[in-house]
Design a binder for this molecule. Structure first.
Ligand code: DQQ
Length: 517
């Protein structure tokens, strides 16, 4: 990494420069290609490292690890999108051709839903897209707030062959997913009732709605009609991606939820750290559902302008329903493991109370670390009522250095965590989450992906994830170290530790640099 760019990542997705935000369309695997190509579209400002001039940048990959940046697929050009081509999604129509529905903003930031289709479906890279002459397809009428009407999902087809799509909104202070139906993907009718709404949230951005299998690891296509599924509804609000589970019957588009958004003591989130405006897609080649999420910077806007870029994508995660059926489990896609290189490992090591030791032999600033602990006798642990305690607040009050009998022994941390706090003007929020354990569990595990200025952690085999940004002042690159610590008074036992240095992903750009308009 160039010395002047210590915070650029080595294996996370980021454009060559400028501003990036949420995934606009889900990436998809082109079914008409000889070799499958993953397409990723994301919100991008081609001119600066701040939000504005939003267009749909386009990158392609064969494995979701190495990327080629192409020219943006959709740019503002018409009255209904002149202020930005915002979030949307791709859907495969009959015959397998993709179509995109996206939100356009006009001069007053009023929002409209528009359609684009590939100019040439036989181009495997789908470089050029054309806006439908019928745009805008949906306008904010009949009580819809024109400034809160955006982010259409991937559409799905019911047994009646009618398409459904939901759009994020807020009406009378209630966050909701407006539901529309269409026979031809062009003329859409609003359903009398939203698919779901909440009095406890504000505007829902980037909703997502999809089936997950019960008792199977396989992902499910949004339009598939399978019996043993639950439906996930995700909405982005309060700077987090929250989800609920329920049963969906397409006949009357009824969605009966198991628990609701912001229910007491149960706030299910994809990630309890920095992770927003995410989107899933079904990868038919590997029969899995994959999640992409946007990770913002924690430094200031002037820092972003100085470094010339802002925003990362988290490593794509596969999504499954947990064996309990009560939550999702998320895990980095297996393809990432091809970047693993130098490896250190050991088993069964006692970590005495108050001790710390260094794990050496890997590059700590660019690493994949898996550790599991024997679950200690919990009779001696302090007990907490999850219904009345907010884990993030608890972790903010009691930092890792506060000693108790058992722990905190949360494993390890990169030196960059500490040193990052030397810099001024950063958002240094502490995150925290509960990990739900099963009475059969005899271990507790943590995997972390460390990549210069980002750390993604997966607790309990993906039952609770936390993503954070770090901007080390001193502990950059080779100066970063990895430590295991136990700040409790009792010993804990590391059942196994595996850590790898990570290679850089191969990123090529076929994109022109642009000057301001
Ligand atoms: N940002 C987009 C919107 C979306 C929000 C505009 C998510 O479409 O609601 O860039 O960050």
């Amino acid at each position: 990494l160039p010395r002047e760019q210590p915070y650029r990542t080595a294996y996370h997705f980021q454009p060559p420069n400028n501003w990036m935000n949420g995934i606009t369309a889900h990436p998809f695997l082109g079914p008409m290609f000889y070799k499958g190509v993953y397409h990723l579209f994301y919100q991008y400002n081609p001119y600066a490292a701040v939000w504005g001039n939003i267009s749909w940048a386009h990158s392609i990959s064969y494995d979701l690890v190495d990327w080629i940046h192409l020219e943006p697929a959709i740019n503002p050009s018409e009255p209904f999108d002149i202020n930005g081509c915002w979030s949307g999604s791709t859907t495969f129509l009959h015959g397998g051709n993709p179509a995109i529905l996206y939100t356009g903003a006009d001069l007053k930031y009023r929002q409209f839903q528009n359609l684009v289709v590939p100019k040439n479906v036989s181009d495997p890279l789908l470089k050029e897209w054309v806006k439908s002459p019928l745009n805008p397809l949906l306008t904010p009428i009949d009580g819809i707030d024109p400034n809160n009407f955006r982010d259409p999902t991937t559409a799905w087809r019911g047994p009646d062959e009618v398409w459904r799509v939901i759009i994020g909104s807020m009406i009378n202070g209630q966050g909701m997913a407006l539901l529309y139906r269409s026979k031809d993907f062009v003329r859409w009718t609003r359903s009398k009732n939203p698919l779901h709404s909440s009095t406890k949230t504000g505007m829902w951005e980037c909703p997502d709605f999809y089936p997950v299998s019960i008792n199977s690891k396989n992902g499910v296509d949004s339009s598939a009609r399978r019996k043993f599924t639950k439906h996930v509804l995700k909405a982005s609000f309060n700077s987090s991606d929250h989800y609920i589970l329920g049963d969906y019957t397409p006949k009357r588009d009824r969605y009966l939820v198991d628990t609701d958004f912001m229910d007491n003591g149960l706030d299910l989130r994809y990630d309890y750290g920095k992770f927003y405006a995410s989107k899933t897609f079904y990868d038919g080649a590997k029969k899995r559902r994959i999640l992409w999420g946007w990770v913002t910077e924690s430094d200031s806007e002037s820092d972003d302008i100085r470094k010339g870029w802002s925003g990362l994508q988290a490593i794509p995660r596969s999504i499954q329903l947990s064996s309990t059926g009560r939550q999702l489990v998320l895990w980095p896609i297996e393809e990432l493991e091809k970047l693993r290189t130098q490896h250190v490992s050991f088993n069964d090591k006692e970590l005495k109370g108050g001790s710390v030791f260094e794990v050496s032999g890997i590059s700590a600033a660019q690493a994949d670390v898996e550790v599991s602990f024997d679950l200690p006798n919990l009779d001696e642990a302090e007990s907490i009522d999850p219904n009345s305690v907010d884990p993030q607040q608890l972790c903010s009050q009691k930092e890792a250095s506060v000693r108790s009998t058992l722990g905190p022994f949360a494993g390890y941390e990169s030196n960059s965590f500490y040193r990052s706090s030397l810099r001024e003007g950063l958002d240094k929020t502490t995150y925290g989450a509960f990990v739900y354990l099963d009475h059969r569990d005899d271990k507790i595990s943590l995997r972390s992906l460390i990549d210069h200025s980002i750390i993604e952690s997966f607790g309990g085999d993906g039952r609770a994830c936390i993503t954070a940004r770090v901007y080390p002042k001193v502990a950059n690159d080779r100066e970063a170290h990895l430590y295991m610590f136990n700040n409790g008074t009792r010993s804990v036992r590391i059942s196994s530790l595996n850590a790898w240095s990570m290679k850089r992903a191969q990123i090529y750009s076929l994109r022109r640099r642009r000057k301001s308009p």
